[in-house]
Design a binder for this molecule. Structure first.
Ligand SMILES: [Zn+2]
Length: 270
């Protein structure tokens, strides 16, 4: 990998406890691999505060999102949106989310998931901030809520793993698409290798979703099964191969897309 390159990991859970002991080294390894910009995912109010704190230590290189994941929406209270709003004013917070619906695990009751999602879509609109979205087994309701609540802010569905029809619906709604190491998985991700060709490069972004989803194309997989942002290069390689395009072209295009989507150019110091 050309280390002068800047590739952007738009979804990395650096506030996750598995990074507690060696977070600094993980971040340095990512920088050394060319992953020079990262957006740390916030999944609860406390998690989003932690994400912002980490981002603050690397101004202009690390950013974060502020939101409540559908799994956590059962803890959504009266105070949640005001807390997210306050957090969203911080310089390093560049999107509202991760928010959305997860009817696969149903860790939170569906009516609560919907209410919490709707509130965050409204908050993003109010603040004119991009949305970082999660959806599993809830495509229909997810699209309905977005269609009624989202007016003008850009939105990315992170870790897209769905069908051709779902992808078409999302692109028709103007959404951006995040691709993770799921595409490197020969057991369950092969359909994505075809579908990724249908995503215009100005709507496509890359992410590790670390510590989850170790790319299965890695010749030597980490012993502890932990994914990290440095491994984004494996996602990039697979995507470039699927698109039959040079690595550098896909790296540059997805970086340009991410920088413009999250308006990162404006946030760079100096
Ligand atoms: Zn997610």
């Amino acid at each position: 990998m050309d280390t002068s390159r800047d590739i952007v990991d738009i979804g990395v859970n650096l506030a996750h406890r598995s990074f507690q002991a060696d977070r600094k080294q993980v971040i340095e390894r990512a920088f050394a691999t060319g992953v020079r910009t990262m957006v740390i995912t916030g999944t609860s109010v406390t998690g989003s505060e932690a994400a912002a704190r980490i981002a603050r230590e690397y101004p202009g290189r690390l950013f974060s999102t502020a939101g409540v994941h559908p799994h956590d929406s059962r803890n959504c209270a009266e105070s949640t949106v005001p807390e997210l709003r306050r957090l969203a004013l911080s310089r390093e917070v560049v999107a509202i989310g991760e928010c959305g619906l997860d009817f696969n695990r149903d860790f939170s009751p569906r009516p609560q998931q919907e209410k919490c999602f709707e509130a965050q879509v409204a908050l993003a609109e109010d603040l004119r901030m991009p949305l970082f979205l999660h959806q599993r087994d809830a495509h229909q309701r997810f699209c309905e809520i977005l269609a009624s609540g989202r007016k003008q802010v850009p939105a990315v569905l992170h870790c897209f793993t769905g069908t051709r029809e779902e992808l078409k619906a999302l692109l028709d709604m103007g959404l951006h698409i995040g691709i993770t190491g799921w595409i490197c998985d020969e057991r369950r991700g092969t359909h994505l290798r075809e579908l990724v060709k249908e995503i215009p490069l100005d709507r496509l972004m890359l992410e590790t979703d670390a510590p989850f989803l170790v790319p299965r194309t890695m010749p030597t997989k980490p012993r502890d099964g932990r994914n990290e942002p440095a491994f984004l290069t494996y996602v990039l390689e697979t995507v470039a191969a699927c698109l039959s395009k040079p690595l550098a072209e896909v790296a540059d295009a997805t970086t340009r897309t991410a920088r413009s989507f999250f308006r990162l150019a404006d946030s760079r110091p100096g």
